[in-house]
Structure formats: C-alpha cells, structure tokens
Design a binder for this molecule. Structure first.
Ligand code: LLP
Length: 417
C-alpha cells in the first residue's frame, strides 16, 4: 500500500498534498516521494522479522537521495552498498557504518580502503581474487575486515534476464560448490573475520519458492562450514522482493519473512540480513510529467510528455511496465490509446506503450512505482537537466534535490581557448 491516492475531488494526492500543487510550485518533470510510504515499507520488513535477530539493510542503489537515506537511517536501517560513492552517501546521511554491507563484483583497492577506514560491517566477497585483495588491503591498514562470501546458489528466480543474478551464468557471487574452499582460504587470513554467508538471486521476484530454495542451499553450506570449524553469525538473503507494477501479486514482506523464519526456527541465533531496495522505494515514488503535445499519426497516437528516458530509463532499458495515469479525473477528455513518449531523439524513448488515456495538452500525468531505480538511473542525455525530487511528509513538501541548471550540465568541463 502506498500514500498516492485519488481523493473525492478526483485529484491525485501524495499524502495530504495534491500533486498538481507540487507541479505548480516545482515544475515538471519531477519525482515525488511519500515519506509515510517509505517508512511503512521499511517497517514492514523490520516487523516481519520480529524477534528473530535481524537487520534490514536498504539497498542504496534503488534510491540514493540523501533525504531518503537519512529517513531510513533514523529508523535504524542498515545499508547495502555497491560503491565508494554509495558509502559516502550513507555516511553523509547519518547511516551507521557498522550496519553497512558492501556488495559488488568490482571493489577497487581505494573503495576497500575507504570502507575499512569507515568500519563497514561486512564485505560481501564476490570472487577469490577479491578475497585476496581485501586481505592485502586490511593487512596494510592493520585492520580486520569482516567478510561473508556471496554465494551463487544457481537458483532460477524467473525474473527479467537483465536483473537475474543467482544463475550459474551470471557474473555475481561464487558458485556454491566452490564456497567451502574459499571460506577455508579466508579462515587462513588473520586479517579477515568470517561473519556471514550471503546471496542475492535477482530482483522483482514475485514468488517465495526461489528464495526458499536459495535459503535451503545456504543452510546446507552453513552446516558444512560448521563441520570445518567455521562459524557463521549471519545469513544475508539479499533483496529482490517484487512489487506490483502491472497487477503482479508478489508476497508481502510479512509472508516472505514468515517463510524464511519458519526455516530458521531451529537456528535462533543466526542473524538474518535483508537487502531490499525496490520493495521499500518503488511504490513510495511517482514521476510527474506534463503533456506537451498530442500527436496523432496514421499508425499511432503519441502523447509527447516532458519526461524522457533520461529521467526514467526502465521502460526503455527493460521494456518495464510502469502505470501511467492522468492526475485529474474531472477533466472532460476524449479517450484514446497512446504511446507516451519523451522528447529525446531515440525511438526507444518511451515511458509507456498502448496506454488508454483521456488527456489533452497541458495535462499532468503520474508515472507510478518510480521511487526505485528512477532518479538514480537518470542521466543528462540530450543535455537535459535532471529533474527535481520532492518529498511529501503529510501536508508538507520538501525539495530534496532541486532541478539541475544548465550550468550544472557542464560542471567540470572546459571550453578550449
Ligand atoms: N542486493 C544486491 C546485491 C543487489 O544486487 C540488489 C539489486 C539488491 C540487493 C536490491 O534488490 P531489490 O530489492 O531492489 O530487487 N535497475 C533494475 C534493478 C536492478 C537490481 C540490481 N540489484 C530495475 O530497474 O529493475
């Protein structure tokens, strides 16, 4: 459930604020987030894990605005990061380094140094050479690196091929059969402390079964490691829980966590770590955009809007479906079927195809479920300044990132004499 609803007057509201007022004040396109929705989704995971020891590590990549991170930090969230930049954001937003898990297949020496100096809670190691690199950097800095091995359990999560991560042919993690040998190597390094086992099998999963399959494989591994004298303190199950974009019915965080906890009944001390991104942020945000032109052609009707693939790339990149609706239901408009497209010079620049909409020039549209993998994947392609981001907190609006200016487009560049 989110806090973007139509009120009786036919207007779309973000919490207590009509989105049309946000467009009037801040212009379009802009992202609008609901604080109550974000908090509700984070708490859904936290509550679902109940009294089993656990930590919800929000996946920063889904939406890394400092305001969003600071809201979650205040709730006590941990963070899953994949770069030095994400760590810097978490620290800037007031996140606790000890609650950070550091994932990603290509950690550089500089990033490892930075994370060790900051005191991150755990490196999720994705390859043997990375293990050796972390050990070397830790030795040089005279630090102990807390590590877990990201295991690839070879489970088919049944997601879009670009976002599946837990299959043998994906670049992520270490094959589960090789994991015990890698743990043995880790145990031999005095500057490494083994703390966990980790996996992440994919994103936008709409069934519980693949999560459970992965969990069961990891539990077998944990027992195997115990026989070798390696004690595992935490089990990081990654992120990946899906959201309804187009009528999907993914399990609720409570159902998902209950299924996991059931398998962990006899392991009350095995701490659970979650790395949800999308399930927390996606439906806590919309992208507001204005219709610039309606362009009927022989083959199609186009609604040309002021947001484009540079603002929200998911439709263009993954053919992802995101619901689009007019924000004022009172307007008397003719209904037609439109491709909703942006001004960018690419045929792939669309936000939605074949959408039945009753709209006219100047109308406002909301692209739903845009809070995750929206702004954070945006670019300046076609020299388009990136949009503003607005947070709604009850009846208050806060500009948490202002629209970029033209001068910011070329920040750091030079004109040659
Ligand atoms: N942990 C790790 C190690 C990950 O790689 C990811 C996402 C997550 C957690 C969070 O997954 P989530 O709960 O959000 O599913 N840009 C794509 C999604 C890419 C996800 C990459 N990894 C999209 O727009 O659909």
């Amino acid at each position: 459930m989110d806090h973007f609803n139509f009120q009786e007057n036919g207007q779309l509201f973000a919490e207590q604020v009509p989105v049309s007022a946000i467009a009037d004040t801040y212009g379009t396109p802009c992202y609008v987030y609901s604080r109550a929705t974000l908090e509700r989704h984070w708490k859904a995971f936290d509550d679902a894990a109940g009294d089993h020891p656990h930590l919800v590590c929000y996946a920063v990549k889904a939406n890394s605005n400092l305001a969003i991170l600071s809201i979650l930090a205040k709730l006590g969230s941990g963070f899953d990061i994949v770069s030095g930049g994400e760590l810097a954001r978490v620290l800037e937003a007031g996140g606790e380094p000890a609650k950070v898990v550091f994932s990603g297949v290509g950690k550089t020496v500089e990033e490892i140094e930075y994370a060790l100096e900051a005191g991150v809670g755990c490196f999720n190691v994705e390859s043997e050479p990375e293990l050796h690199r972390i050990a070397k950097v830790a030795e040089r800095l005279n630090k102990v690196a807390r590590i877990s091995v990201r295991v690839n359990p070879d489970v088919d999560a049944g997601t879009h091929p670009y976002i599946s991560t837990g299959l043998k042919e994906n670049k992520f993690g270490i094959a589960i059969e090789q994991a015990p040998a890698v743990y043995q190597q880790a145990a031999a390094y005095p500057q490494l402390k083994i703390v966990g086992v980790d996996c992440h099998i994919g994103s936008q999963l709409t069934e519980i079964a693949p999560f459970i399959e992965a969990l069961e494989r990891l539990l077998v591994l944990i027992d195997q490691l115990a026989e070798q004298g390696i004690v595992i303190e935490h089990l990081d199950v990654g992120g990946g829980l899906g959201v309804p974009y187009d009528g999907e019915e993914p399990p609720l965080p409570s159902e998902y966590a209950a299924a996991l906890r059931q398998r962990l009944q006899d392991r009350p001390n095995l701490k659970l770590i979650f790395e949800p991104g999308r399930a927390i942020a996606a439906n806590a945000g919309i992208l507001l955009t204005k219709v610039e032109f309606l362009k009927p052609t022989e083959a199609k009707h186009f609604a040309i809007v002021d947001a484009a693939m540079n603002d929200l790339i998911r439709p263009a990149l993954y053919s992802a479906y995101q619901a689009i609706e007019a924000t004022d239901r009172n307007l008397q408009r003719e209904t037609a079927v439109y491709d909703v497209v942006g001004p960018v010079c690419e045929t792939g620049d669309f936000l939605g195809k074949n959408r039945e909409l009753a709209i006219a020039e100047g109308d406002l549209l909301a692209v739903r479920s845009a809070g995750a993998y929206g702004f954070c994947m945006s670019s300046n392609y076609n020299s388009r300044p990136r949009p503003a981001e607005i947070l709604v907190d009850d009846d208050e609006t806060i500009e948490i990132r202002r629209r970029e200016t033209f001068a910011e487009l070329w920040k750091g560049e030079v004109v040659l004499p």
